[in-house]
Ligand binder design. Structure first.
Ligand SMILES: Nc1ncnc2c1ncn2[C@@H]1O[C@H](COP(=O)(O)OP(=O)(O)O)[C@@H](O)[C@H]1O
Ligand SMILES: [Mg+2]
Length: 367
């Protein structure tokens, strides 16, 4: 299929290029013919017009040299000479000096054609060279991108293996103890609990990983950010109360409706809110705010927690980066992925006083 389409395309391009060449050649000939007709029809006493027509030949010659290089320019000069010489012979017979000037002009036709053609060929060669270099550059950028993707997959697998090994080891150890007939009942209870907990943890990890690895494309529809923020507050109220965190929403007036996937947006903001609440074990305020910005909407999640140390700032969006004993390290990676798929941006900044502000910018209409 691919080759057929390609051949067709190539063919199509060749045909249209061929047509263009013919049109340009016709234009050159028409120029020469028009000049010659004007020249022959002007009576000899209009010396000024003769001089003008004589020089008008340069236009098609220069044009031919630019379009077709030296051979094209010389051919146009030759055709012009052939058209011009009978005129010199017929009209200016007897005016030897004037005729000599005109023959000299014909020599100039060829000279101008050769020089212009050579210059045009040189600039065309340069252009081709530039195009080739550009193509090479594009290819290597594409290769780099592929390599980057592969190394990301490699890193992800390594991190995943690490994440799975710990719970597996715990489950294996517990199973061994459970298998011993001498294990007392209350110990069985305890180790069964460990098995269950580790299974849950693996399950949650896999769920998050699938979200990350096989993200569902956003199902976009018009969404009111205010509704999303209210949902997020509702969903995180329980954890907030446990940590003594106050939740507050601040909306700028006249917010536009954004076209986005409401569930994914809720997931992103909930991830940020839960992170913020977890960062404030001693309580504080979590502020969710939204305002218009740069033709889009900016949503900020601001906490008064411990903050991210500067040396971790460029790692927190990496999959599996976590500082929590029971963290998956996928919350921010998923958030970033979703926001990017919506044509937006996410960034994390340390607040001047304390805590963090995560800022999301979304276009009103993603492309
Ligand atoms: N609001 C925040 N305050 C302080 N640290 C944060 C905040 N949000 C994220 N982090 C840091 O970024 C890490 C990665 O977050 P995330 O991707 O959500 O994974 P997880 O929450 O499972 O650890 C967290 O472990 C934490 O160290
Ligand atoms: Mg998280």
């Amino acid at each position: 299929m691919g080759t057929v389409t390609e051949a067709y395309n190539k063919n199509g391009r060749v045909v249209s290029a061929d047509l263009r060449v013919r049109l340009r050649a016709a234009l050159v000939l028409a120029g020469i013919a028009g000049t010659s007709v004007g020249h022959y029809l002007t009576p000899p006493e209009h010396l000024l017009w003769h001089n003008v027509f004589q020089r008008l030949y340069y236009l098609p010659i220069v044009y031919a040299a630019i379009q077709f290089g030296v051979p094209g320019g010389l051919a146009a000069a030759a055709v012009s000479a052939v058209c011009y010489i009978p005129h010199i012979v017929l009209t200016w017979r007897g005016w030897q000096q004037y005729s000599a000037h005109q023959y000299a002009e014909i020599v100039l036709f060829f000279l101008v054609a050769a020089v212009t053609g050579a210059l045009a060929e040189r600039s065309r060669r340069r252009e081709q060279e530039l195009r080739r270099v550009y193509q090479e550059l594009e290819n290597s950028v594409e290769q780099l991108r592929r390599a980057d993707r592969l190394s990301a997959i490699g890193q992800l697998s390594a991190a995943l293996a690490h994440e799975i090994r710990n719970p597996l080891a715990a489950i294996e150890g517990a199973a061994e103890i459970l298998a011993r007939p001498a294990t007392p009942d209350e110990m069985r209870e305890e180790f069964l609990g460990i098995v269950r907990k580790e299974c849950l943890r693996l399950n949650r990890l896999l769920g998050r990983l699938l979200d990350f690895a096989r993200p569902r494309p956003p199902e976009r529809r018009p969404v009111e950010i205010a509704r999303i923020l209210e949902d997020v507050v509702g969903l995180s109220r329980h954890s907030a109360e446990k940590n003594g965190v106050r939740l507050r929403i601040e909306l700028a007036p006249g917010l536009p409706v954004v076209v986005a996937d409401p569930e994914q947006l809720t997931q992103v903001l909930l991830n940020l809110a839960i992170n913020a609440i977890q960062a404030m074990p001693q309580g504080g305020e979590l502020l969710l705010s939204a305002s218009r910005q740069n033709g889009g909407i900016a949503v900020q999640v601001r906490d008064e927690g411990e903050g991210v140390p500067p040396e971790h700032l460029d790692k927190i969006f990496d999959p599996f980066f976590t500082t929590k004993a029971d963290g998956t390290g996928l919350g921010l990676a998923v958030a970033q992925q979703i926001v990017t798929r919506h044509g937006g941006r996410i960034e994390a900044n340390r607040n001047p006083e304390r805590g963090m502000t995560f800022r999301i910018w979304l276009p009103v209409e993603p492309h």
